[in-house]
Write a protein that binds this ligand. Sequence first.
Ligand SMILES: NC(=O)c1ccc[n+]([C@@H]2O[C@H](COP(=O)([O-])OP(=O)(O)OC[C@H]3O[C@@H](n4cnc5c(N)ncnc54)[C@H](OP(=O)(O)O)[C@@H]3O)[C@@H](O)[C@H]2O)c1
Length: 222
Amino acid sequence: MKTSIAVVGGTGAEGSGLALRFAGAGRPVRIGSRSAEKAQEAARRIGGNCSGHTNADAVSDAGIVVLTVPLAAQIETLKAIRASMAPGAILVDATVPLEIAIGGRISRTLTLWDGSAAQQAARMLPGVPIVAAFHAMSAEALAHLDHPLDCDTLICGDNAEAKAAVSELAALIPGVRAIDAGPLDNARLLETSAALLISLNLRHKVKHSGMRITGLPVGAGA
Ligand SMILES: NC(=O)c1ccc[n+]([C@@H]2O[C@H](COP(=O)([O-])OP(=O)(O)OC[C@H]3O[C@@H](n4cnc5c(N)ncnc54)[C@H](OP(=O)(O)O)[C@@H]3O)[C@@H](O)[C@H]2O)c1
């Protein structure tokens, strides 16, 4: 598998936070954007072994592609990258299907025909291993490199090898534990739990509530 990680939508809050952490751990990161210039600017800001590209170019040389765009942009972005993805590459979907996509509230989710945003991604990319992850990882917390995160990230998918690879990716972020949360069919639970965290942030006036699962055996990761 190619060693680079592409972050599609990596100019945004969540994508640049994840890219900062992956680059900070010494991994080559390819920031993707609709604009190569915007991606290059974000890559310069992030530093490390980070480069900026159009979304399609970013994924062409990556073993793992992390998708961090709003729901309203998810399908068109997947259409823009699918022909360029490297053979065997994994897609990690972090999309939370928030009602804000149709002018509603940021603390509510929408019901999608496929069951979840991650399953929608799977429909758009047949044959590509899809892993749902990083939904409960706040962009605000990711942005502060000097602070380890204090949260678990639940990972869903139907391909064990892909889940193991994403579990290793999550472990690059200090303070994060990846937990295997079952098949892609469970992704709707991860996505709605992110809306719960947004609701907690609003209620308690913070920007980075997170989640810890207790009672699991050591090695519950994917
Ligand atoms: N923010 C968080 O704390 C957080 C936490 C967990 C999961 N998430 C999920 O991660 C995803 C990204 O969140 P975010 O807060 O980073 O979003 P964002 O900053 O609003 O957008 C991320 C990037 O997506 C691209 N984009 C935005 N609107 C687009 C459109 N209409 N068409 C095509 N591309 C568009 C833009 O990249 P270019 O202009 O460079 O193309 C933008 O920089 C969302 O699905 C969100 O639910 C967010």
